[in-house]
Design a protein around this ligand. Structure first.
Ligand SMILES: Cc1cc2nc3c(=O)[nH]c(=O)nc-3n(C[C@H](O)[C@H](O)[C@H](O)COP(=O)(O)O)c2cc1C
Length: 184
């Protein structure tokens, strides 16, 4: 089983990374690659034509030549996907938003759905400041991942104040994901 983990945090030692680390522990030996989006070059969507569409709708691909295509290939090759984000303004971080904005567009075409449709996905949202907004962020994440065609098997909201407890939940989630029939 191979899990591809896409994180919208810029801090490999931060709270979102700690939450991801707990899930990876639970995967117990399954192959897991973590990519930190702020360290990648992911432009925002250009809304290419005058109607706001482009190759995404016509071909299921994106014209922008940056790190999006490489990440997409890794997601397609994985058995399960994990999307983690720090909670910003009760919502996704800008880097994850930019990535998922483009991902959902290419899935409007059958070619773009390949290797993504039905893939089990887990979301993680960590509110590391006051602690508010993780449930709203989880809702946004569930919505966009569903639009992309993933089988969203869980979204785990966490806040700074309950992160230790949620890490237990995430270890269990990882263990369960590794044994999940649809992720094998
Ligand atoms: C622009 C911005 C908005 C934020 N909004 C919230 C918020 O709505 N609720 C909250 O608890 N923390 C908020 N925070 C704090 C982040 O959730 C916290 O920095 C993050 O979980 C920890 O980041 P890391 O996991 O990348 O280390 C915000 C931080 C930034 C930079």
């Amino acid at each position: 089983m191979k899990a591809m983990i896409v994180s919208g945090s810029r801090n490999p030692k931060g709270q979102t990374a700690a939450a991801v680390g707990a899930l990876v522990e639970g995967l117990r030996g399954a192959e897991a690659e973590v990519v930190f989006l702020p360290a990648q070059t992911i432009e925002r969507c250009r809304q290419c034509d005058e109607r706001g569409w482009g190759d995404c709708r016509a071909k299921g691909s994106c014209v922008i030549e940056d790190d999006f295509a490489g990440l997409l290939a890794k997601l397609r090759a994985a058995d399960a996907a994990v999307f983690a984000t720090p909670v910003y303004f009760s919502d996704l971080s800008e880097s994850l938003r930019a990535f998922l904005d483009r991902l959902r567009r290419i899935t409007r075409h059958e070619a773009g759905q390949q290797g993504l449709a039905g893939k089990p996905a887990v979301g993680i949202c960590v509110a590391g400041g006051g602690g508010g907004g993780a449930p709203s962020c989880a809702l946004s994440l569930e919505k966009v991942l569903s639009t992309c065609g993933f089988d969203v098997v869980d979204v785990v909201p966490a806040r700074r104040q309950n992160l230790q407890m949620k890490k237990e939940v995430l270890r269990a989630t990882g263990k369960w994901l590794a044994g999940c029939p649809s992720s094998k």
